[in-house]
Design a protein around this ligand. Structure first.
Ligand code: AMP
Ligand code: GLY
Length: 425
């Protein structure tokens, strides 16, 4: 099977690795890709924002499966354009992608189907006065969210009223463009967060091992929010009992609601959870794999991922195309450019270790190639990933691997995975 993978981050490098190892993958193409991905895939010379050029490429190369990694092309309707021209796509339709591209849409679906989540109210800019009155009437802390896609930056947790009022003003004032033309105010939830990936054909589904991201820049979950500084899997705080609740209270009603609306959800559904007293609630849905959770989760999945995706995409998922190795643990430590998530310097040469064991993987994200050297070009540069028979050993190996990699101003958290150990002991 000829496959085209869309995306260029660490998540897509992990997808590229698992797809390229799949029995049913004949040839793998990627766009826009990155130097790590191009060790596994052929560069497709297309502009992914130009849907016509993607369709033309698929025609020319007789692509049999398109896998879409990031949310933006999904929200832009790339999946619909490709399926409309006869191609098979792993990645939901524009309608289903509203689960991520509109938090209001997502909340309404949850409310209608009694899916547990924080209570909320939504306001448009014309309801300027009522939103400020509403803020004054509720208890702190207050969670404020821009409705649309804001690259993970559209959420403010306000510990005082001034911060809450100011956040609304800047969202309506255009800080996130159109994404902030509607603002949601949510109840603040406490508990532990975890991420669950669901691979689905619309009704039937397979759940991958749960994982935990580390969103803050500093050790001990301090400092600014980032795209994610590391992850581990499986996250054992999601016990079997909790996972059963996640399936019966969240995944099954959501998939049924989408299917009943005539829009079956096909692809990967990311369920962001808050868990307290063994009760899972939804923080957010994403319509794609998470980054960096994918880099930790996919190394635990054996078998033919390409076949799993293809069969999900055509509506008849073959779950036994893959198996989950439940004895393994995986940790991905993100190596970032110093200064991230604020400004940082680019163009420094990255030095890699000469040999990797089969339990070590270096995923590339913000990298570029120049004169045969690999340079940092983004905030999150690499994911040093290790697989082992225990979480402790996986943490140890991932940090040993990270210590063998260097570039100027390289920064990483020193406590990735630690939360998992505290919880399991
Ligand atoms: P989101 O983009 O919706 O995932 O929000 C980003 C982060 O904000 C989440 O990972 C949580 O840590 C936090 N968050 C979002 N909504 C809530 C909420 N209602 N209560 C507590 N924390 C939240
Ligand atoms: N790691 C969080 C996300 O991918 O949205």
């Amino acid at each position: 099977m000829k496959i085209l993978l869309i995306g260029s981050g660490g998540r897509e490098h992990a997808l590229a690795l698992s797809l390229s190892k799949s029995k049913s993958c004949g040839q793998l193409f990627a766009a826009p890709g990155n130097p790590g991905i191009f060790e596994l895939a052929v560069k497709a010379d297309i502009d992914i924002n130009n849907h016509h050029s993607v369709v033309e490429f698929c025609r020319k190369e007789s692509i049999e499966l398109v896998v879409i990694g990031p949310e933006q092309p999904l929200a832009d309707g790339l999946s619909d354009v490709l399926t409309g021209t006869g191609f098979t796509v792993f990645g939901p339709s524009k309608y289903c992608s509203q689960l991520e591209s509109s938090k209001d849409f997502s909340k309404r679906i949850m409310q209608t189907n009694n899916i547990p989540t924080a209570s909320y109210k939504s306001f448009t800019a014309s309801e300027f006065e009522s939103v400020h009155n509403y803020i004054d009437s509720i208890a702190l802390p207050i969670v404020l969210k821009a409705d649309g896609l804001a690259a993970g930056k559209g959420v403010v947790i306000a510990a005082d009223y001034d911060t809450a009022h100011n956040a609304v003003d800047s969202m309506f004032g255009g800080e996130f463009g159109q994404a902030g033309s509607r603002v949601l105010i949510e109840e603040f939830m406490t508990g532990q967060e975890a991420s669950v990936f669901v691979i689905t054909d619309g009704l039937d589904y397979l759940v991958f091992p749960p994982s935990q991201d580390h969103k803050r820049i500093g050790d001990g979950d301090t400092g600014k929010n980032t795209g994610g500084m590391g992850a581990y899997a499986p996250a054992e705080l999601v016990t079997n009992e909790i996972m059963n609740k996640v399936e019966s209270r969240i995944i099954q009603p959501l998939l049924k609601a989408m299917s009943d609306s005539g829009n079956p959800y096909r692809g990967c559904l990311y369920v962001g959870l808050m868990i307290e007293n063994d009760n899972p609630k939804v923080v957010e849905f994403n319509v794609r794999f998470g980054d960096p959770e994918t880099q930790a989760v996919l190394p635990l999945i054996k078998g033919d991922l390409a076949k799993l995706f293809y069969t999900a995409a055509i509506g008849y998922i073959e779950k036994d195309a893959v198996s989950i190795d439940s004895n393994l643990h995986s940790v991905c430590v993100v190596l970032a450019s110093g200064g991230y998530p604020d400004s940082f310097e680019k163009g420094y040469e990255i030095h890699f270790p000469e040999n990797l064991s089969e339990n070590e993987i270096i995923f590339q994200a913000g990298t570029t190639e120049k004169d045969g050297n690999t340079l940092n070009s983004g905030g999150r540069v690499l994911g040093a990933t290790a697989i082992a028979d225990s979480l402790e050993n996986a943490i140890d190996s991932a940090y040993k691997l990270a210590a063998q990699i260097s570039f100027q101003n390289m920064y990483y958290r020193k406590d990735i995975g630690k939360k998992g150990i505290v919880k399991t002991n």
